[in-house]
Ligand binder design. Structure first.
Ligand code: NAD
Ligand code: MG
Ligand code: MG
Ligand code: MG
Ligand code: MG
Ligand code: MG
Length: 339
């Protein structure tokens, strides 16, 4: 098993003597910046004028332009949307990097697919929390953390690994576990996980189940509870104790159904599709499609996004959740209420 690192494996000094610029203050940015500050590191923020900038200032940070933050910092963590990173890198980051600086990312996409090509006189590392930004913050505030992967792409100072580990500690991951990876592995597994399982796989499974029941004439409310609402409870059991814990808690009838029917839904054909998806990620084909989609101002992304909002499962879900005040408000709403 690969070695999982915790607090005792971290040398905080290497990062305490450096200034960290967090570029971007969105989902990951606000969490990294606040957690790092509370962990005792010196953090400044690089942003363009706008909503995020006001938020970062209100949270008490020194906020500079991206170029000025890069000039002032020793470690630069780029937390801009992946599709905007190449342009901002060319315009405001590249020329302001000094020899011996460290350039860092929370996802390997742009470096791995050569959309950002760092100069060879700076350290380059990655710290990728395996969880959404708001959870990175929430868990830290709870005294816990989200696990992270770290990887060294380029080590010119001889300290890159220690800096990366201290960074991961700063955002709270040493409380949960830090695991070594490479840019290639992080990029490919992250894209595969979100496409095949966590995002694409799961939303499609929910929609397919919901539609099967409603097409057969069952009430949409009942189909919603069965196929979407209950998902969280099953996932919580899995998170806490694996598949065995799910099966411990469900009835034997449900467990028998799991055994005889699960592999008919997710079958050898599904696995072949997963293999295709993985190969498209590995070959760069997926990356190329997403880069071109952005260059064309996202015609397909926007069309699908609009269509998905109108799905019956979404409409009925909104109505039902109004009646379930115990269901936590979506993160977006929680954020808006704070402002
Ligand atoms: P986001 O969209 O939530 O936030 C982006 C931030 O960048 C915002 O503060 C925005 O104001 C700022 N920004 C946008 N354009 C800018 C510009 N031209 N100049 C300066 N600032 C600009 O992004 P995110 O989801 O936090 O993603 C950041 C990185 O973290 C990505 O590499 C992503 O893959 C990675 N990541 C995200 C998550 C997640 O939970 N969202 C999880 C793991 C890794
Ligand atoms: Mg998003
Ligand atoms: Mg991921
Ligand atoms: Mg991802
Ligand atoms: Mg049931
Ligand atoms: Mg059982």
């Amino acid at each position: 098993m690969s070695k999982v690192l915790y607090e005792k494996d971290i040398q905080k000094e290497v990062l305490q003597e450096r200034t960290v610029a967090i570029v971007g203050y969105g989902s990951q940015g606000h969490a990294h910046a606040q957690n790092m500050r509370e962990s005792g590191y010196h953090v400044i923020i690089g942003l363009r004028p706008g909503k995020s900038q006001k938020k970062a200032e209100a949270d008490g940070f020194e906020v500079l332009s991206v170029a000025d933050a890069v000039k002032k910092a020793d470690v630069i963590m780029v937390l801009l949307p992946d599709e905007l990173q190449p342009a901002v890198y060319e315009e405001s980051i590249k020329a302001n990097l000094k020899e011996g600086n460290a350039l860092a990312f929370a996802h390997g996409f742009n470096v791995h697919f050569s959309q950002v090509v760092p100069p060879d006189n700076v350290d380059v590392f990655l710290v990728a929390p395996k969880g959404p930004g708001h959870i990175v913050r929430r868990e830290f505030e709870n005294g816990s953390g989200v696990p992270s992967l770290y990887g060294v792409y380029q080590d010119v100072t001889g300290n890159c690994r220690e800096i990366a580990l201290a960074y991961a500690q700063g955002i709270g991951s040493a409380r949960a576990g830090i695991l070594e990876t490479s840019y290639q592995e992080e990029t490919e597994t992250d894209l595969f996980g979100e496409q095949a399982v966590l995002c694409g796989g799961m939303t499609s499974l929910v929609k397919a189940g919901f539609e099967t029941l409603t097409n057969a004439g069952y009430q949409p409310e009942v189909a919603y509870f069965e196929c979407l609402h209950e998902m969280k409870m099953i996932v919580d059991l899995m998170y806490e104790g694996g598949l065995e814990n799910v099966r411990y808690s469900i009835s034997d009838t449900a467990q028998w159904g799991d055994f005889v029917s699960g592999s008919r839904v997710i079958n050898d054909e599904t696995k072949e599709r997963m293999q295709e998806i993985l190969e498209e990620i590995q070959s760069g084909e997926f990356a190329k499609g997403w880069i071109l989609e952005n260059q064309a101002n996202r015609p397909e992304y926007n069309a699908i996004n609009a269509r998905e909002k109108n799905l019956q499962v979404e409409q009925i879900g909104k109505e039902l959740r109004e009646l379930m005040p115990f269901v936590k408000k979506p993160l977006q709403q929680e954020e808006q209420n704070k402002e």
